[in-house]
Design a protein around this ligand. Structure first.
Ligand code: DAH
Length: 359
């Protein structure tokens, strides 16, 4: 067998058994590259006589074409094999369910806030808001707590540096200043709730320097204490998800209401570490309320001889603790992921009255 025939057999054999594209490329370079075996052969044509070239020219070129075609064919074959293997390994089953578990959760305070918004929206209340940094005037004076009034001592206030005109800004100690803001810009009838952040210099298991309150304000021409009781009762039924709510009213004092009433709800704490709502012989404090003081109405530009109203202020975090059984308030604001996972709510379950508040 001639040298050419041996070379052809060797190269074509190697091409046919090349196992991947890299091996095939190495063969191509070895045969057809600048210094490849076939390239070297072609270079020898130049030094040949015309006769020799006539014989060897077609022979060498034919060899080059055969090898080029064989490499192209094997390359296509290997490409198909690689693609099929990839398709088989990357199969996506589009019928699988969506991601089984979302990572973030809704904070219990946000959950309770959404629940409360749903309840009061159903009763025809709008949501009002005000700033966390508040005028001393709105937080105290216009709520019938003049400068030097002893009631200011009840609120351990965070003060912010005095303004140039001598006035003081504070971090609001309650959501009640939003009553003032609402009355100053809105004419009765008024029906709003104010959920929001409040601040006091206080820190123990049930008090944190920042906490949340829920304020309500209703102003109309014939509003009376019975309306207040009905609203508190309806709210408790919906929020605690019980039918039999028994309320107890205790006389109290707040400078911005007259008369002032604190509300308790019947509950059962006879099983240690547990609390049941609506039954038992124990009482659960809900918070303060009363008929808006005529001085407050007048200071906020509402004619107290024509209009009257009621207001209440409950602790929002406290209600989240009671309803969802969290014993300590401090972890609410510590951002511990383990606590958030345990007490948090699924992000896609928005509370609604008809769908269930706290599924
Ligand atoms: N603002 C009061 C507090 O934080 C709570 C309160 C009591 C609000 C009676 C009211 C109310 O609207 O009528 O201590």
């Amino acid at each position: 067998m001639s040298d050419i025939a041996t070379l052809e057999r060797d190269i074509l054999g190697a091409v046919a058994s090349a196992s991947d594209e890299a091996a095939l490329e190495a063969l191509r370079v070895a045969a057809l590259g600048k210094k490849g075996s076939i390239s070297e052969l072609l270079k020898t044509l130049g030094a040949m006589s015309a006769e020799e070239r006539k014989v060897n020219g077609p022979l060498f070129n034919g060899l080059r074409d055969k090898v080029t075609n064989a490499i192209a064919a094997r390359k296509a074959e290997l490409g198909d094999v690689a693609l099929n293997a990839r398709l088989a390994s990357e199969t996506v089953d589009v019928t699988l369910p969506a991601r089984p578990e979302a990572t973030g959760t809704i904070h219990p305070v946000s959950q309770v806030l959404d629940e409360i918004a749903a309840i009061f929206a159903d009763l025809g209340f709008a949501i009002a808001e005000g700033p966390d940094v508040e005028y001393d005037d709105y937080n105290f004076t216009k709520l019938n707590i003049p400068p030097d009034h002893p009631a200011r001592e009840m609120h351990d206030t965070f003060y912010i540096a005095r303004q140039e005109d001598g006035s003081r800004h504070i971090l609001r100690t309650h959501t009640s200043p939003v009553q003032v803001r609402t009355m100053l810009k809105q004419k009765p009838p008024i029906r709003v709730i104010v959920p929001g952040r409040t601040y006091r210099v206080d820190n123990d298991a049930t008090h944190t320097p920042m906490f949340h309150q829920l304020e309500a304000l209703v102003i109309d021409e014939k509003t009376h204490l019975g309306n207040l009781k009905w609203v508190v009762e309806e709210f408790c039924k919906a929020f605690f998800e019980i039918e039999n709510v028994t309320l107890r009213a205790r006389p109290s004092f707040f400078p911005f209401t007259e008369p002032s009433v604190e509300w308790d709800m019947r509950c059962d704490r006879s099983v240690p570490g547990k609390i049941a709502f609506g039954t038992g012989n124990d009482w659960l404090e809900l918070g303060g309320s009363g008929m808006v003081h005529p001085n407050v109405l007048d200071m906020c530009g509402i004619d107290s001889t024509k209009y009257q109203g009621f207001a209440f202020g409950f602790g929002l975090d406290r209600m989240a603790m009671l309803k969802y059984g969290a014993p300590d308030l401090r972890p609410f604001f510590e951002s511990d992921v383990r606590w958030l996972r345990h007490y948090g709510f699924a992000s896609l379950d928005l509370p609604t009255l008809d769908g269930g508040l706290s599924r």
